[in-house]
Design a protein around this ligand. Structure first.
Ligand code: 13P
Ligand code: SF4
Length: 356
């Protein structure tokens, strides 16, 4: 039963004491979040993974790319455990290393001989929501990682070093961020990995500033401008806040957009009696609504929209992983191989050094 699982997790956790640290993303269900030592957005969780070198294990309640990142940033002896190995991210899977390598070869052919002093033709930027192999690709090619909380500062870093950016996997975060920086939409062609030159002409590629990979988040793409119109009609004065993984028209129609932690802070700082329509994952929106009875908070999408892969971290798996540690067993350890880890860490460390 739920109570039994709750008791097993608490018992195993207190038996382990400081030997374990449990990290939880905002999208995790309440039954998991309640056991986390730290809850945050993906940037904060990466920092948290680096901040507890004395713990022998980090149990990561989130998705696979986040656990890989924790492995890259934690100590060499620390084990990072992902309670359910099937907790992936459909967006991260949309950019596989072979397609990105293939894209890069084509771009090299188009831009050969076009370096100008100090400015590479293309700087690769990968969203945190990507495999370690892609982070390594960026590390090897003068590129960097970004999250939804630092994407503009990271793009600015890239434009100091290159003429244009190849941004993957999330077209929406790339487009929304570049647009807010004043880059015209015509200078942001999409790269479709199934088509030669990504479906572009050489001319279009030469005039580009940001090349957008054709990936998206299946949760955030469900939000629409019609939902925003309906929320404004029903609740005049409502503040609409959405995640920047939403399509551009939705971000444009919202009052604000930002990372999961940005959304949390905005709600915490608001005058009591405020009304918020939030465009992000439902577990997070419901938790915010429960924590802030002084506000009215609802999800923009009336149909429940959980992130199905985040949801795969069931408390039963958390109990299993923690009880394994009590017995000295490391279940579901995530280990990035050394040849990938070194360049991936380079790209992550470049990101950590950028001031937002
Ligand atoms: P944050 O970086 O805002 O936590 O977002 C991670 C994510 O997967 C959103 O879908
Ligand atoms: Fe991936 Fe979207 Fe889930 Fe975030 S909400 S983990 S981007 S599928």
């Amino acid at each position: 039963s739920d109570e039994e699982l709750e008791a097993r997790i608490s018992a195993a956790k207190s038996g382990l004491g400081d030997r374990v640290v449990i990290l939880g993303h905002f999208y995790q269900r309440d039954e998991v979040v309640r056991h986390a030592d730290f809850v945050g957005d993906s940037f904060q969780l990466a920092q948290a993974a680096a901040s507890r070198p004395e713990a022998e294990a980090i149990v990561f309640c989130g998705v696979h790319f986040m656990a890989e990142t924790a492995d890259l940033l934690s100590g060499p002896e620390q084990a990072v455990l992902l309670p359910n190995l099937a907790a992936g991210c459909s967006m991260a899977d949309m950019a596989d290393i072979d397609s990105v390598e293939e894209c890069w070869e084509q771009l090299e052919a188009v831009f050969r001989g076009r370096e100008t002093a100090g400015a590479a033709p293309v700087i690769p930027v990968t969203y945190m929501n990507s495999s370690a192999a892609l982070k390594a690709f960026c590390g090897r090619h003068g590129g960097i990682v970004c999250t939804s909380s630092n994407a503009a500062a990271v793009l600015a870093w890239a434009f100091e070093r290159g003429q244009r950016v190849l941004f993957f996997p999330d077209q929406h975060l790339g487009r929304n961020t570049a647009k807010a920086m004043g880059i015209p939409l015509e200078a942001m062609p999409m790269w479709n990995p199934r088509l030669p030159l990504g479906g572009n002409t050489e001319e279009q590629l030469r005039h580009s500033r940001v090349l957008l990979w054709n990936g998206f988040c299946s949760v955030h793409k469900r939000f629409t401008t019609d939902q925003i119109t309906a929320a404004r009609q029903q609740f005049p004065g409502v503040r609409v806040i959405v995640h920047p993984e939403c399509p551009m028209p939705v971000v444009d129609a919202a009052d604000e957009s930002g990372s999961t932690d940005y959304i949390r802070k905005a709600i915490e700082a608001a005058e009591p009696g405020s009304t918020f329509a939030v465009g992000t994952e439902i577990n997070m929106v419901r938790r915010l609504a429960a924590a802030h009875p002084e506000h009215t908070i609802f999800c923009l999408d009336p149909v429940i929209c959980p992130c199905s892969t985040m949801y795969r971290i069931h408390p039963g798996y958390l109990a299993w992983v923690l009880e394994g540690l009590v017995r000295g067993e490391q279940h579901n350890r995530i280990t990035v191989p050394d040849d990938v880890a070194a360049p991936a860490r380079t790209a992550l460390e470049r990101m950590l050094a950028v001031r937002p």
